[in-house]
Design a protein around this ligand. Structure first.
Ligand SMILES: Nc1ncnc2c1ncn2[C@@H]1O[C@H](COP(=O)(O)OP(=O)(O)OP(=O)(O)O)[C@@H](O)[C@H]1O
Length: 381
């Protein structure tokens, strides 16, 4: 046995063990995917003169779920399309388990990459049955085997009774699951999902999202999920990759990005902010709602201070910064108040519980929780 067949045998052995561990085999719900490492090495892409990806570097661990987050037009879909083989990178390399799938020497066609792709609109064929939709990508195996695997994939997503239906007979959530079954049927080692829940209303979305995550974890596919929604990214991603204008601005866990955003742009993604300009003096920065640490910045350094509305609370008269309530809106879990304070051009936003007594016109005193204060160099803002 040569080295490569030995390692292949080893990985097959590993996959057999994982069959037993995860229970795929016992429940007869289909074979496992061998999770893959997906690496981007300086990937650049252009649409004519538009630079849509400006040197993407990212290593995704086998079985890891990375959420790609960013504003419209930042290049999320393009990165998925380049990975899937639907677009060519201008330069750079993409590898799966060290094997180049796109780069200077190789450009594998989409069907040879072992990648499943799920589109935002599900892209189901309306004239085909659910089973035919699911087995659409299984062209290289005999029809009977493809149908067997199609039924297994439908069982995996809890739609075994729907094989003979057509897409229009299914709800939005069921169509989403058909699309997921189709993406998983060829047992891809990498699964790419473009805004997979955006077509669903909020209540259904939470439910379908949890189900989908359970299926992805069970399938052990390495996964990139594109989303606009930071909370969705925090709920689903092992890591979040925040994109801006064709670049990865920051990659890390939800906690990394929330607590230590790389700049004001990244911070704005994860919460509403009160923003103040300031200057470091004696290790502190003065803001209209109190003094905050300058985190070691030299005197005279211009900074932007960002304070989350939930980091400002009310204290007893005379203990904090004086203000006057100019707005109070009940949001259910909390009240959102606008408070006018001296030195702030716009009212300060405060999120607080049990704030009903603070009606418009009330005098209040504000105090800061330093955990909700972020300070950035002004140049980086
Ligand atoms: N087919 C195309 N031809 C020319 N430019 C394109 C094409 N597709 C996308 N672009 C441009 O490339 C950039 C990245 O687009 P992309 O669709 O990847 O962004 P996105 O982050 O997925 O946006 P959205 O969240 O709105 O889907 C944008 O400036 C966009 O206008």
């Amino acid at each position: 046995m040569n080295t490569s067949s030995a390692s292949k045998a080893a990985s097959e052995d590993a996959s057999t063990q994982s069959v037993e561990r995860t229970g795929w085999g016992r429940r007869g719900t289909g074979g496992v995917t061998i999770a893959a490492r997906l690496c981007f090495e300086n990937v650049v892409h252009r649409y004519g003169d538009t630079l849509s990806l400006r040197g993407i570097k990212l290593d995704i661990e086998p079985g890891e779920v990375v959420c790609l987050l960013g504003r419209s037009g930042c290049g999320k879909t393009t990165l998925l399309r380049v990975t899937a083989g639907l677009e060519y990178p201008a330069s750079g390399r993409i590898t799966i388990n060290g094997r180049e799938i796109a780069g200077p020497s190789v450009m594998l066609p989409p069907e040879k990459r072992g990648i499943g792709l799920m589109f935002q609109d599900y892209a189901l064929f309306p004239h085909m049955t659910i089973l035919k939709n699911v087995i659409y990508g299984l062209k290289d195996i005999p029809r009977a085997e493809a149908e067997r695997q199609g039924h297994i994939a439908l069982a995996r997503v809890g739609l075994e009774g729907y094989a003979a239906e057509h897409p229009h007979a299914l709800s939005g959530g069921e169509q989403q699951r058909v699309a997921l079954a189709r993406a998983l049927a060829p047992r891809p080692s990498v699964l790419l999902m473009d805004e997979p829940f955006s077509g669903l209303d909020k209540r259904l979305r939470d439910h379908v999202r949890e189900e989908t995550m359970a299926i992805i974890r069970e399938a052990r596919a390495t996964c990139i999920i594109v989303t606009h929604d930071p909370e969705e990214a925090m709920r689903m991603g092992d890591r979040i990759a925040l994109m801006r204008q064709g670049r990865l601005l920051q990659v890390g866990t939800a906690r990394d990005l929330y607590e230590s955003p790389s700049d004001l742009y990244a911070a704005r993604f994860f919460s509403e902010l009160n923003e103040f300009e300031g200057v470091a003096r004696g290790g502190m920065v003065e803001t209209p709602v109190g003094m905050v640490s300058a985190h070691g910045r030299a005197d005279g350094t211009p900074v932007m201070v960002a304070i989350r509305p939930q980091g400002i609370s009310f204290t007893t008269a005379g203990d904090g910064v004086a203000g006057r309530v100019v707005g109070n809106r009940f949001l259910g879990e909390v009240d959102l108040l606008n408070v006018a304070v001296d030195g702030a051009d716009v009212p300060v936003r405060v999120r607080a519980r049990n704030a009903a007594p603070f009606v418009v016109g009330s005098s209040v005193w504000l105090v800061l929780d330093q955990r909700d204060v972020l300070v950035f160099d002004k140049l980086a803002a």
